[in-house]
Design a protein around this ligand. Structure first.
Ligand code: 0WD
Length: 256
């Protein structure tokens, strides 16, 4: 029996089979979880439905996190299929491309800043708020995906790093305010992985190469390693852990 047996978990952010959320789905499915998925737009619908079937799920719902209506509709529709929710994985991030290159002070704009924070940080709070009533009283857990750029400057990561700092603080505030309902909230800080989102970051290849050179494990991490850690944090094995950021980065963050 897997350590997520009988848990009902909603996974956002599967865009391709390279997405971190895809690695999360693979680990959670292996550990016996029942899964539901969201897709950002019609273009991705067919692909995400196919992934869902691969993981024995027929629950695939639209969600653009910039829309409050979408967020409400998501939980209404999920409530028709499930009597509650044990886990929610937030694996969503976006910054306009012009924000992710060059010097931060030159690149940042009001609009770029707001969009990046809305999609990449506020959306986690919005999903927690809208999903709370389905998660109360069942040892539920939320996990989001963050990056070291939240706590250190990383070339070209720019306003996305600022939004990740907001996301990590949001994780702590959500953990504090949802703890009394038995809901845990954590973040996984993943090392660089080649995905669709990552391809938007200028010079991503050199981030991968540098990590490989400098990490204690001397290699980059995989979506399956991030998936395993996320599955653990959503499980009862992690029942004493909340408000935390767990690094899955081959140890890169400890190296000076
Ligand atoms: O190196 C990396 N890949 C790292 C990623 C290192 C550390 C953290 N992360 C984070 C990302 O910042 C993000 O929060 O992990 C999360 C997942 O990212 P990913 O797996 O690297 O990227 P991807 O496969 O592209 O999935 C992100 C998805 C989007 O994909 P595209 O490529 O179509 O933008 O986030 C979704 C979308 O499916 N997304 C949205 N979903 C709902 N509403 C929205 C939106 N408005 N915008 C983006």
């Amino acid at each position: 029996m897997g350590f997520l047996q009988d848990k009902k978990i909603l996974i956002t952010g599967v865009a391709s089979n390279r997405s971190i959320a895809y690695g999360v789905a693979r680990a959670m499915h292996r550990e016996g979880a029942e899964l539901a998925f969201t897709y950002q737009n019609e273009k991705l619908q067919g692909r995400v439905e196919k992934f869902a079937r691969e993981f024995d799920s027929d629950i695939c719902l639209p969600l653009d996190v910039s829309s409050d209506d979408d967020i409400q509709a998501l939980f209404s529709a999920l409530g028709e299929r499930w009597d509650g929710l044990d886990g929610l994985v937030h694996s969503i991030g976006f910054a306009p491309r012009d924000q992710l290159e060059g010097s931060f002070v030159d690149a940042v704009t009001r609009e770029g800043f707001l969009t990046t924070h809305d999609i990449s940080a506020y959306s986690f709070a919005a999903l927690a708020k809208a999903g709370k009533s389905m998660m109360e009283g069942r040892n539920a857990a939320l996990v989001t995906m963050t990056y070291l750029g939240a706590v250190r400057t990383v070339p070209n990561y720019n306003v996305m790093g600022v939004a990740k700092a907001a996301l990590e603080a949001t994780t702590r505030y959500l953990a504090d305010s949802m703890g009394p309902d038995g809901i845990r909230v954590n973040a996984v800080s993943a090392g660089p992985i080649r995905t669709l989102a990552a391809s938007g970051i200028n010079n991503f290849r050199s981030m991968l190469a540098e990590a490989e050179k400098k990490t204690p494990l001397q290699r980059n991490v995989t979506i399956d390693e991030v998936g395993n850690a996320t599955a653990f944090l959503c499980s009862d094995l992690a029942s004493g852990i909340t408000g935390d950021v767990l690094y899955v980065d081959s140890g890169y963050h400890i190296v000076g």
